[in-house]
Design a protein around this ligand. Structure first.
Ligand SMILES: [Zn+2]
Ligand SMILES: [Zn+2]
Ligand SMILES: [Zn+2]
Length: 142
């Protein structure tokens, strides 16, 4: 709900603005979308919002921890509003589709390094790669 987003913004001392609410709404409804898609979604409701405004909102919300920026190797950056847990992603090698995968452990780092070389390890970046159901189906029927 919009009022939840307002509370989230206030909790991190960000002013409540229409573009910020629009971006949060877009990401709630469409997780793992890239910047161009966010712009298109925001413009459905707010046609006058500029590209730059959306870029600025994405950066501010990411810095504030309200959204998460993910960028699997070789893909464009995507954004999601599911933050605060340590979930992972599975990425389709063929079409780039992304889905959430619950972390088996639930907190970072969820993998224990065989040798941490004395580093205080606090995160393991886990990305699962494969072929999504749509691409698998397309491949077998062709
Ligand atoms: Zn695919
Ligand atoms: Zn996710
Ligand atoms: Zn994990």
């Amino acid at each position: 709900m919009t009022s939840d987003f307002e509370a989230q913004l206030r909790a991190v001392s960000l002013r409540v603005t229409r573009p910020r609410l629009a971006v949060l709404t877009a990401l709630r409804d469409h997780p793992h979308v890239d910047t161009d898609t966010v712009i298109a979604l925001v413009r459905v409701q707010h046609p006058t919002v500029s590209h730059q405004a959306v870029y600025d909102v994405l950066r501010a919300l990411t810095d504030a921890g309200l959204i998460r920026r993910i960028q699997p190797a070789g893909t464009t950056a995507r954004y999601e509003s599911r933050v605060g847990d340590n979930h992972h992603h599975v990425v389709c090698r063929s079409c780039g589709a992304i889905a959430d995968i619950e972390c088996a452990v639930g907190h970072a780092p969820c993998l224990t390094a065989s040798d941490d070389h004395g580093f205080a390890v606090d995160e393991a970046e886990v990305v699962f790669w494969g072929t999504c159901p749509d691409c698998s189906a397309g491949r077998t029927t062709r």
